[in-house]
Design a protein around this ligand. Structure first.
Ligand SMILES: [Zn+2]
Length: 136
C-alpha cells in the first residue's frame, strides 16, 4: 500500500491525528494505516471524554476508561507492527493523571514507572494491585 501526504494528517473536530512519516517509512509494510487511525480516534475520544467530565467521574469509571486507553495503545503498537510492550505507554500524559511526569519521562522507556496513590486514573489500579504488564 502506498501513502500520500494527505494520509499523514487526519483532522477531527478542533484537533487531529498526525501519523509519523518516519515511522510509516520504517514500518510501512507492517503498518495498517486504517487500524492506526481507528485506534488513535478511539483513544482521542476517550481522552476527550475524561477531560470533559473530569470532576464528575468516579474512581471505578476512571479505572475502566484508563484500561480502555491502555487497550488502544496496545492495538496501536500491533497496528504499527510493533510487539505489545506496556513500557512504551506514556500513561502520565493521560488527562486526569497526576503521576510524576518528569520522573517517568526520565525512566522512559525502560521503567518501572512511578504511580501516585492519589492519582485519579491510577489510584484504583494501585489499590487493586494491578500488575504493570496488564494495565497502567
Ligand atoms: Zn496517574
Amino acid at each position: 500500500m502506498e501513502y500520500s501526504e494527505e494520509d499523514l494528517w487526519l483532522e477531527i473536530g478542533s484537533g487531529g491525528i498526525a501519523i509519523s512519516p518516519n515511522l510509516l517509512w520504517l514500518h510501512g509494510p507492517d503498518a495498517d494505516l486504517d487500524k492506526i487511525i481507528l485506534w488513535h480516534v478511539n483513544k482521542m475520544f476517550i481522552e476527550q471524554f475524561i477531560r470533559d467530565n473530569l470532576n464528575d467521574l468516579n474512581s471505578e469509571t476512571m479505572f475502566e476508561l484508563n484500561k480502555r486507553i491502555t487497550e488502544c495503545e496496545f492495538n496501536l503498537q500491533e497496528s504499527w507492527g510493533f510487539p505489545r510492550n506496556i513500557n512504551f505507554h506514556k500513561f502520565w500524559e493521560r488527562p486526569g493523571c497526576s503521576c510524576p511526569r518528569l520522573d517517568n519521562e526520565d525512566l522512559y522507556p525502560s521503567g518501572p514507572y512511578y504511580r501516585c496513590s492519589d492519582c485519579q486514573l491510577h489510584s484504583v489500579s494501585i489499590s487493586k494491585g494491578v500488575k504493570n504488564e496488564k494495565s497502567n
